[in-house]
Design a protein around this ligand. Structure first.
Ligand code: HEC
Ligand code: HEC
Length: 195
């Protein structure tokens, strides 16, 4: 009986290990990696400098895609390119699992009728994304949103979805959308898995 139980436990452990190896990162290991990110993104992913985005509570898949883009040069930034190129694949998996495990909540400070209609179907009225591949925009600085939209518009940052959308926007529309999302209040708390 005891032996059978041990075999079952052992099987469970191996299955867990296989899951961790396949796609899942380890948030606890990621917490240590996040020590390299905290001066700019905060340990819980609430940004400390206006040019850096909040990354706490973003899906690991989105964060990984961006880090990979910095690593392969398809997205460029003088600071992030260096940081991303210095990470191992394992560190990328773990640190993105850590940031995904945080809990982001948005609170509107203005009437929702002022939200940019063209954006809210994917990024939400309050900037908490609804579309699975889209990032949160809640409380990103107007400067950050403006910079990214202009990068999409000229093709400096690549996205099949955001490229054509940004090409159709005037500077004024960019400004209005950036101001809307910058005005949303954002709270990031340690998530249940990130203890
Ligand atoms: C010196 C400051 C700095 C450090 C340290 C730093 N970042 Fe960044 N990060 C930035 C800036 C600035 C941007 C925005 C780049 C841009 O404008 O494209 C950014 C963007 C990102 C993005 C893209 C997010 C999005 O919404 O598209 C990810 C993911 C990211 N950083 C992860 C990390 C991780 C993980 C670490 C630690 C291993 C880290 N960063 C360390 C400054 C930093
Ligand atoms: C059909 C869905 C969709 C719509 C509509 C949409 N977006 Fe996006 N947006 C995305 C996706 C997907 C990404 C991630 C692109 C990538 O992988 O780099 C994104 C990324 C962004 C980013 C980069 C955020 C970051 O953290 O780096 C900004 C800024 C942005 N969108 C602003 C807007 C604005 C403003 C509008 C309205 C004018 C808008 N988007 C409309 C899907 C959408």
């Amino acid at each position: 009986m005891i032996r059978a139980a041990l075999i079952v436990l052992g099987g469970g452990f191996l299955a867990q290990a296989a899951i961790a190896q396949e796609g899942g990162g380890d948030p606890e290991a990621g917490r240590k990696v996040a020590g390299m990110c905290r001066t700019c993104h905060g340990l819980e992913g609430y940004a400390k400098i206006p040019i850096a985005p909040h990354i706490g509570g973003e899906p690991a898949g989105y964060l990984r895609r961006q880090l990979d883009a910095f690593r392969d040069g398809s997205r460029e930034h003088e600071m992030m390119t260096i940081v991303a190129k210095g990470l191992t694949d394992r560190q990328v998996l773990d640190v993105t699992a850590w940031y995904e495990a945080q809990d982001a909540t948005a609170t509107l400070t203005a009437d929702p009728s002022g939200a940019p209609e063209l954006c809210s179907s994917c990024h939400g009225v309050d900037g908490i994304a609804i579309a699975p591949d889209a990032p949160n925009l809640a409380n990103e600085t107007a400067m950050y949103v403006d910079t990214q939209l202009k990068a999409f518009r000229i093709g400096k940052r690549h996205s099949e979805i955001m490229g054509p959308i940004a090409e159709g926007l005037s500077d004024e529309e960019i400004r209005a959308a950036a101001d809307w999302y910058a005005g949303v209040k954002l709270t990031i708390k340690p998530g249940p898995q990130a203890n």
